[in-house]
Design a protein around this ligand. Structure first.
Ligand code: F1P
Length: 346
């Protein structure tokens, strides 16, 4: 995905350019708020974008379920940019949400995979993810591609607004180019994860925890498991655990914790201790070489380390593999899960 995008990126004299964003540059420069509307996995990509855009470009971001947004009476103005994210470009809720935003004067930026789709046509500008066709109903590579586009968008806008320095931009660019190899390395965890799936295939519940950039990844891990394995799963910000879900933890509860080395590492280590104290079965996704968390976890999955900002692109992979293997072991059709449609057009 990144290789195909590389051609669309220019790194000249510290300036990054991406077609759709360039056309829309002034709007992003003047935006006083960005509202992201999407559904399902695309909504999770939007949540990652909230962290990215607020961190790198310092524009306030709200992330809305399109299926709720379309039915309320949101306050919007010409200075708002609405980003609509959709793999299929045909999701009825997302299309209706953007039409509503448009009618209230907001400008619409689209991120779609399917060229010429209804949502792509209804936007003022946008970027295609060009991730190729999603064969399965549940989005996987679309998520990676959406987050990649949103990362580049946050980098460009941040740099132009002066909130991301030349040095930081270059550092991130260099790191971004290492992501394809890191994703490939994460995919090599396949056999290891298959063995973990074997142990948990009959579980009836799963809890997924993450903090910061890994919080939306926890939500996405839980959604993938629900969608293709039909196991009840909840994703939570790890710090919220003590406000409710901690009551669920006992010796039968698998808890997937995404705990890569980042600014909230120390805090998530203490969350892991809280789970361990209640005998939860910890499956920890950690950065390669971590020595603190492995003794506390029943299973450890090591992913290549990268910048905190780019980590969702890597840390989501073992969670997708876990759902895939559990689904296969349970005899589920991973490409065509029951009750789900590729494009929800009603
Ligand atoms: C949104 C979505 C997918 C999900 C399933 C149903 O689709 O919720 O994330 O995996 O396919 O639709 P889209 O708007 O991104 O095409």
């Amino acid at each position: 995905i990144l290789d195909s995008m590389r051609g669309r990126l220019e790194l000249e004299a510290g300036h990054l350019n991406m077609g759709g964003v360039r056309a829309f540059e002034q709007k992003f420069m003047n935006a006083h708020r960005i509202i992201i509307v999407a559904c399902g996995t695309s909504w999770h990509a939007g949540l990652v974008a909230e962290y990215l855009i607020e961190d790198l470009a310092r524009i306030p971001v709200e992330v809305e379920y399109a299926s709720e947004f379309r039915y309320r009476n949101p306050v919007l103005s010409e200075r708002d940019i609405v980003i609509a994210i959709s793999q299929s470009g045909e999701t009825a809720d997302t299309l209706a949400a953007l039409e509503l935003a448009k009618s209230k004067g907001a400008t619409i930026f689209g991120i779609c995979n399917v060229v010429g789709s209804s949502i792509a046509r209804a936007t003022d500008a946008g970027a295609y993810t060009h991730a190729g066709p999603e064969i399965g109903v549940a989005s996987t590579k679309a998520f990676t591609a959406q987050v990649t586009v949103l990362t580049i968008l946050a980098m460009i806008v941040g740099h132009r607004r002066g909130t991301l320095s030349d040095v930081k931009l270059r550092e991130l660019m260099v790191e971004l180019y290492t992501i394809p190899q890191k994703v490939e390395k994460a995919l090599e965890l396949d056999t290891e994860i298959q063995q973990i799936a074997e142990i948990f295939k009959d579980a009836t519940n799963f809890l997924y925890l993450g903090r910061g950039y890994n919080f939306p990844v926890a939500l996405e891990g839980a959604l993938k498991l629900k969608e293709i394995s039909y196991i009840h799963a909840e994703g939570y910000p790890a710090a919220e655990m003590k406000h409710g879900p901690i009551a669920l933890i006992d010796e039968n509860m698998p808890v997937v914790v995404i705990a890569t080395r980042d600014s909230s590492y120390e805090k998530i280590v203490s969350n892991i201790q809280e789970v361990k104290a209640r005998k939860g079965r910890i499956i920890a996704v950690v950065s390669e070489g971590d020595t603190t968390i492995p003794p506390m976890a029943e299973f450890v999955v090591e992913v290549p380390h990268t910048s905190e900002v780019l980590m969702p692109l890597v840390s989501v992979v073992p969670l997708q593999l876990l759902s895939y293997h559990i689904a296969v072991l349970r005899g589920c059709n991973v490409d065509q899960p029951r009750n789900l449609a590729k494009s929800v057009t009603v």
